[in-house]
Design a binder for this molecule. Structure first.
Ligand SMILES: *Cc1c(COP(=O)(O)O)cnc(C)c1O
Length: 389
């Protein structure tokens, strides 16, 4: 059997045709596919505005810039995330503070967040970056209430959760990225994510001011829009009004994204089926399977189990060509973050989570035969463990 990774892209002939179509067209970048992708994505997550960018990391950076993060600003995030969620704060000279995770959801612990804010001087923190880990949506309705009380903005790292949603207290469906509660939300289109453009990212928001700021920052801080210009010398005229960047996505990438997005819902359905099969297979074992609250719909970017002998299972699966993965090594324990004084013991729930977490293969094109193989090998491992104990 060929090797099975924890996640992978699926590319169809339609995707390939879409990309080739752009190559034959007049615009490889700054053409019509960008807006088309942005509109389709905004519609998919039920947001007003979307801004396509070169990748998810830069999406976070642009959000920090749009929220005006500067030297010394303190921002809170979770230690169980990809480093980029925190790094984006550092890019702007800000400081990262962590709040430990909830022991059931593995998402940022909102009780602990509230305690921290209540015991800090007002105005200490500027914003919070919640992460929808594995595809489990953060309760941003509750988070918004907390954030409003302490005057914080919310930049939601929703890289794992396009298509995920929860039912809010009024009984309405709230899709991740819909801009209802978070100021800004970001997504990544790296090949392991739900939909891919190779490299790529998206920011969504319902705030027109932020949207316009993002557009400006994405293209060097340059605008040609007549109503925004201070002067106008003619058709060639543009103004650089801010220090921006080139964080654009190309039309080649966008065309792939548009094509992929058409299958996004099917992909989620497939992921849910795989999760259901795994849940069923592991329910009477020592493995802890993901538990999801009733009013939440998990997008299953990852299927993360908790298992006692994680290293041994990881190695055993590898020997059988199954490449499980660990998400994540706590960010505060990375050498780069330790220089700021973070150490083992600071985030006990996150650290305990890290000791046991393992992401099993989860992607729409994972065949039933492959799922069965993963299940069989995992169960085999558990049986042998029992014997040797
Ligand atoms: C993938 C990912 C990112 C970064 O996205 P890139 O497109 O790889 O830059 C940020 N945060 C989380 C949680 C991610 O999974």
């Amino acid at each position: 059997m060929k090797s099975i990774s924890y996640g992978r892209q699926s590319i169809t002939q339609e995707d390939i045709d879409a990309v080739v179509g752009v190559l034959h067209s007049d615009f490889l970048t700054q053409g019509p596919k960008i807006k088309e992708f942005e509109n389709a994505f905004a519609q998919y997550v039920h947001a007003k505005y979307a801004v396509a960018v070169s990748n998810g990391t830069l999406a976070l950076h642009l959000c920090m810039l749009a929220k005006g993060v500067k030297q010394g600003d303190k921002i809170i995030t979770t230690p169980i995330t990809f480093a980029a969620s925190a790094n984006s704060v550092l890019y702007c000279g800000g400081e990262v503070d962590f709040v430990d995770i909830d022991k059931n959801t593995f998402l940022i612990d909102l009780d602990k967040l509230e305690e921290k804010l209540a015991s800090s001087e007002k105005g200490t923190y500027k914003g919070v970056v919640p992460v929808d880990l594995a595809g489990y949506p953060v309760d941003v309705e509750r988070l918004r209430n907390i954030a409003d009380k302490y005057n914080l903005w919310i930049v939601e790292d929703a890289c794992h959760a396009p298509g995920g949603y929860f039912i809010n207290s009024k009984g309405t469906k709230q899709f991740c990225g819909n801009g209802q509660y978070s100021d800004l939300q970001i997504f990544s289109f790296h090949p392991v994510k739900h939909i891919t453009t190779g490299e790529g990212g998206m920011i969504t928001t319902n705030n027109k001011d932020l949207y316009e700021k993002l557009l400006l920052l994405r293209t060097h801080g340059i605008t040609k829009q007549p109503d925004l210009l201070h002067e106008n010398h003619g058709g060639w005229y543009y103004e650089m009004q801010q220090l921006g960047y080139n964080y654009r996505l190309s039309d080649i990438h966008a065309a792939l994204g548009i094509s992929q997005l058409k299958r996004a819902n099917k992909g989620i359905e497939k992921r849910k089926l795989i999760a259901k099969r795994y849940n069923e297979a592991f329910k009477n074992t020592s493995i802890k399977i993901p538990k999801v609250k009733n009013n939440f719909s998990h997008a299953y970017h990852l299927y993360i189990i908790q298992v006692k002998n994680r290293l041994e299972l990881y190695n055993y699966l590898r020997k059988n060509s199954i490449f499980a993965q660990v998400h994540y090594i706590p960010v505060h324990l990375q050498p780069y973050y330790k220089q700021f004084g973070w150490k083992k013991g600071d985030m006990p729930v996150a650290e305990a989570y890290y000791e046991k977490c393992l992401s099993l293969p989860m992607y729409p094109s994972l065949s039933e035969e492959e799922q069965d193989f993963v299940i069989e090998k995992t169960i085999n491992f558990l049986k042998n463990e029992n014997k040797s104990n």
